[in-house]
Design a protein around this ligand. Structure first.
Ligand SMILES: *Cc1c(COP(=O)(O)O)cnc(C)c1O
Length: 392
């Protein structure tokens, strides 16, 4: 990788002139602090005393028996504060912002999970917080809006474009271009221009680093396979990255096939996307022949993004990680299966990974071990599933 943040030909720094100096400052600030032992110590202390790390690695025996293949271990990011892995990156970037002397943090959010994590860490660190959220998403996720307000953040409703996540990112970048003197833009996944894909990967790598230690102490060897869901791609990169140089460990990403790849209502950018530039990086994008970004769909709001982190485009290209699209229907079945076999209600995003993990476990057979990232808890989705099944 070069200093400009390339992963093969993907990634990079495709931004308008007005953003160049802000992002260069961020690159320099992060390069310095990521080498600073005091920064690492403070972050680790917050991760353990505030966010609840390390999260458990749990052998899901009844789930493994039900599937009849490899032993399945769940990395319990659902037990982290605010209910998902998003807190790892939010804490890292907010602490960075504070150290860089910024007093204000902005963020984009789709369903509201990243907005809530950002509002949370800003309350913790005493930073002013504004979150951009599309009008369509605000209507779908009223409670998360109120949650952010409870935490002291201001929600800015975005009324441009399709009024969803990609438009919120555009608005946040516009804000950042004129306010970066005192403002940090806290991106929620391994997307966007350099340094975000690398920086967010570093903050999320705590997942894979813990898994490595935990597997060695519980099982005494590394797993044969890792499985995670892929929206922007940060929980998966966080799990995969520390195993990059362990060739015996296979990596599997579960994208959202929505109602099916063939019908076009999905969010599977690695499986079905084409190369282009979106939000500052060269990557795989769901777009038409003219480069117009497609409308995407998934039952899991956190997977509903028309592109993917550039490192995934690279890992797929070189064959180091393999990507499969899981339908809404398959994810909902896995949501039930994990709830019934283990007493753990997963986020619908994570349920995509559970479905794929079941397939991979079957292929590995009973002598194998597999780790799946349970990226979040499903309380936020219970209402939606109940409605889909006609219960409410
Ligand atoms: C946001 C979210 C995701 C998707 O984001 P990634 O960047 O792909 O990790 C997955 N699971 C949960 C629970 C989320 O909140």
């Amino acid at each position: 990788m070069t200093s400009m943040g390339y992963f093969g030909r993907f990634g990079g720094f495709y931004v308008p002139e007005v953003l160049v100096s802000s992002l260069k400052n961020l690159q320099a600030g992060y390069a310095e602090l990521s080498q600073d032992p005091t920064f690492k110590e403070e972050l680790n202390s917050l991760l353990s005393t505030y966010a609840g790390r390390p999260t458990p690695l749990y052998h899901a025996k009844r789930l493994s028996e039900r599937i009849g293949g490899a032993a399945i271990y769940l990395k319990r990011e659902d037990l982290a504060h605010t209910g998902s892995h998003k807190i790892n990156n939010a804490l890292g970037q907010a602490l960075l912002a504070k150290k860089m002397g910024k007093s204000r943090v902005i963020a984009e959010t789709g369903a509201g999970q990243h907005g809530v994590a950002t509002a949370t860490v800003c309350a913790l660190l005493g930073l002013e917080c504004e979150v951009y959220m599309g009008e369509t998403d605000v209507e779908r996720q009223r409670l998360n809006c109120y949650r952010m307000e409870l935490l002291g953040a201001k929600v800015n409703v975005v009324r441009s474009g399709s009024r969803t996540l990609k438009d919120s990112i555009n608005e946040a970048m516009r804000d950042y271009a004129s306010t970066s003197g005192h403002t940090h833009y806290l991106i929620g996944s391994v997307v966007g221009p350099h340094p975000y894909p690398t920086m967010v990967r570093d903050f999320q790598s705590v997942i894979g680093n813990e898994v490595k230690e935990q597997m060695m102490s519980i099982v005494g060897r590394l797993p044969e396979a890792l499985v995670a869901c892929v929206g922007g791609g940060c929980n998966s990169i966080g799990l995969f990255h520390p195993f990059a140089d362990d060739p015996g460990v296979e990596m599997f990403g579960a994208e959202a096939a929505g109602e099916g790849i063939a019908c076009g209502k999905h969010s599977a950018s690695v499986v079905a996307g084409t190369e282009g530039v979106l939000h500052g990086a060269r990557t795989l994008i769901l777009q038409d022949g003219d480069g117009q970004v497609s409308e995407t769909a998934s039952v899991a709001a956190g997977l509903d993004y028309p592109a993917v982190g550039p490192e995934h485009a690279y890992l797929s290209g070189i064959g180091r990680a393999r990507y499969t699209a899981v339908t809404d229907r398959e994810a909902i079945a896995a949501f039930h299966m994990l709830s019934e076999t283990e007493g753990i209600i997963p986020a619908l995003e994570s349920a995509h990974a559970i479905h794929l993990a079941a397939e991979v476990a079957g292929e590995l057979g009973p002598r194998g071990n597999l780790v799946v990232c349970l990226s979040g808890r499903g309380d936020k989705d219970v209402d939606q599933v109940a409605k889909l099944e006609g219960i409410q």
